[in-house]
Design a protein around this ligand. Structure first.
Ligand SMILES: [Zn+2]
Length: 77
């Protein structure tokens, strides 16, 4: 049988991992309870919101299109 002599070190590493795991669990729980500020759906946050990302992408495209359009239809100034 093999018994590790540095079990103290091992347990401290394990407890660190446990803390990490607990934090991750807390975040998951928080996410479950939290409501998205953007689409008001539960389970994710605004910064992770797909709706927002989609809208932002759309917005960017719109802005880009507007820029292109304004460039194409250059005003006679
Ligand atoms: Zn959302």
């Amino acid at each position: 049988m093999f018994y590790s002599s540095n079990s103290g070190e091992e347990s401290s590493t394990k407890s660190k991992m446990e803390v990490k795991k607990k934090k991750a669990e807390q975040i998951v729980e928080l996410k479950k309870k939290s409501q998205c500020n953007y689409c008001h759906e539960k389970g994710h946050w605004e910064r992770e919101c797909k709706e927002k990302k989609g809208d932002e992408k759309e917005d960017n495209t719109t802005v880009m299109l507007q820029k292109v359009e304004s460039t194409l239809s250059a005003p006679d100034l």
